[in-house]
Ligand binder design. Structure first.
Ligand code: PAF
Length: 285
């Protein structure tokens, strides 16, 4: 039986009962529009924890004016059905007014990590993400929280926040789930027209090319970046935002690529901005 909770106070009451009973609490933060990527996180949480909460909240503070907040897909009834099927105990779905009380003006800031890559294109994005995730951690008090590796920089930023602010939560990062042709699952894929969808394959093909060159012994990071740019540039509607080969923990650009480094791409296909990444020397992405 999956319970729906809309109020923070009620969510705290639910989890405090779980905590007193000594149960391991898993949290899967989402913005809804659940796809196979989310499902893999929920399955991991249900398998590893005694009780699982899934939050469904399209967080306004992580969108800049002009981004897709208004049109972000909302499929709450279907999401609820999915959570029921997967054995989720509680779906936490607050309104924006409930989540951010009147006059809210306190945000979580982080220095360098939030200003590169995604942060360079979306300057306030990670402040909104960190703030809502820290609030969810306070409200739910999970033992473990589940995130997808597809949002690689988000996982690095959140791990840093958890370490810096002594948040007692285990961060679990699960592999990217892909469509049969390699496109990373994303709620934003549904914005793509058929023609754009076919061009969107170029992100994973570029990353795969990077991996092939790396596996063949090419360690020149700039050469790997160039190979990715070259693949993406073949698509008429693709505009590269960034292509990078970076160190895994601090996201500094690599000069000479090493196993564990991460290749990251952000590309606009028509009006839709897509991101993807793979970890070099690791086939599980
Ligand atoms: O990855 C997402 O869907 C969001 O950034 C998150 C973590 C749910 C915070 O709103």
């Amino acid at each position: 039986m999956t319970q729906i909770v809309e109020m923070k106070k009620e969510m705290r009451a639910v989890t405090s009962v779980w905590r007193r009973a000594g149960r391991r609490i898993g949290l899967v933060p989402t913005m809804g529009a659940l796809h196979e990527g989310h499902l893999s996180l929920i399955r991991a949480a249900v398998a590893e924890c005694d009780v699982t909460a899934v939050s469904v909240f399209v967080n306004p503070t992580q969108f800049a004016p002009g981004e897709d907040f208004e049109r972000y897909p909302k499929t709450f009834e279907a999401d609820l059905g999915t959570c029921r099927e997967l054995g989720v105990d509680t779906v936490f779905a607050p309104t924006a007014d409930e989540m951010y009380g009147p006059g809210a003006e306190t945000y979580v800031m982080q220095e360098r990590l939030t200003s590169v890559l995604e942060g360079a294109s979306r300057p306030a994005h990670f402040h909104g993400v960190m703030t809502v995730v820290l609030k969810l951690f306070h409200i739910v008090g999970p033992d473990a929280a589940y995130f997808g590796r597809k949002d690689y920089q988000q996982t690095v930023v959140l791990r840093r926040m958890v370490a810096d602010l002594d948040v007692p939560v285990e961060m679990r990062v699960c592999p990217t789930v892909r469509e049969p042709d390699g496109l990373a699952m994303s709620s934003r894929n549904q914005y793509l027209t058929a023609n754009e969808r076919s061009q969107a394959r170029s992100l994973y093909e570029a990353l795969t090319r990077c991996r092939e060159l790396f596996d063949a012994g090419d360690r020149r990071a700039e050469g790997l970046r160039e190979a990715m740019r070259e693949r993406i540039a073949r698509e008429p509607d693709a505009q590269i935002d960034y292509v990078e080969v970076a160190r895994p923990d601090d996201l500094n650009p690599a000069q000479s690529a090493e196993p564990g480094d991460v290749a990251l791409v952000a590309v606009r296909i028509g009006d839709t901005r897509l991101i993807d990444n793979i970890v070099l020397g690791d086939d599980d992405t």
